[in-house]
Design a protein around this ligand. Sequence first.
Ligand code: T4K
Length: 389
Amino acid sequence: MTVDRPKFSEPLHVGRPNIGDRARLADRINGALDRLWLSNDGVLVREFEERVAALTGTRHCVTTCNATTGLQIAAQAAGIKAGDEVIVPSFTCVATAQALAWIGVVPVFCDLEEKSAGADPAHVEQLIGPRTRGIVGVHVFGSPCPIDPLTDVAARHGLPLLFDAAHAFGNTYLRDPIGGFGLAEVFSFHATKFVNSFEGGAIVTNDDEFAERARTMRNMGSNGDREVVSTGTVARMHEISAAMGLTSLDAMDEFIEVNERNHACYLENLAAVPGVQLRSQPAGERANHQYVVVEVDERVSGVHRDQLHAVLHANNVLARRYFHPACHQVEPFRSRAELHAPLPLPRTEALVDRVLALPTGTSVGVEQVRGICELIADAVRDALGDVAP
Ligand code: T4K
């Protein structure tokens, strides 16, 4: 679809990075250059790990080069091996499933629970079979998945429970910080995340032995005494990443304020638009609001999510269909449904058809948010044939 004159002259992105204090970042990078220490447990990486652990109230933080590798290390440190099955929601970034598949683990996809869009604990339990060796919950868009019921299922079946918390840094569940649940949780600090280290991830845990295994696996299987004691990979965060991560942490509260402001503006300006509903974060919890996601109900709005997506793109609003298609709908998983999706996933298939992530973050102002909402409201009004005079 094209329009004569897009509403916005410059593209508005969903994942524009927040930068923070450039002078502070430059100082930190210069410090690393002066010290001639660029990777392998440098002082910036250690400081970043300490601050992430403190913010999440966990005993250990093991940084990684990204969350995908962090998930792989966490799975292996939990004793999950090639050929094992792990239950994971299909409604997530495909990185969650690929992380497992890449190390030979078989992701078995469960359906979602509608409120959080996270794993449905009852469905998880139905899928547990003789080859199941773990469960990975995902806090999609930062909304905590049903942590307590999943913990209960995992405990009853003696399975390790991990959480992909790529979207949930800084968020809480029943007032406790995300990070301390399950055996371990994994954050992403990718450039598109509200706290970023260019690329980066972190495994946080309260389990001392697990942390030691993860730290060793991250560094060629070599422990603190430089003895090779286990299988391993190389997945270290480097000092330049940690410099950015620390600078991002310094400004974290300001980033959240901006995201809250934008979220409130979307809420206000979309409230009267029929069939377009903002997905909310749970009341009373801290939320980073790094993803603003609407659900489009075509039966009410008269417009399908994909049409709205096309209208927005034609106007330079680069909205994203996170997460469409679902993991079980893409290769290599789609062709092996008997393995990866043995039970139907109707709620996932319905939601992937309705979701649309909209631009937010420090590069997006309220005037732009209002403009995006106008585009959405106009598209719905046109579709419903109720053109304003
Ligand atoms: N688990 C979950 C639930 C995840 O969502 C992710 C990743 C992971 C695990 C794995 O985390 P990492 O291993 O990456 O740490 C992006 C991100 O690359 C990805 O990290 C993220 N989730 C996913 C939700 O979003 P794409 O393919 O949508 O990225 P891309 O290149 O299309 O960029 C998104 C938008 O941001 C574009 O409009 C361009 C803009 N952008 C991007 C970058 C990198 C910028 O303006 N500046 C930039 O520097 O995956």
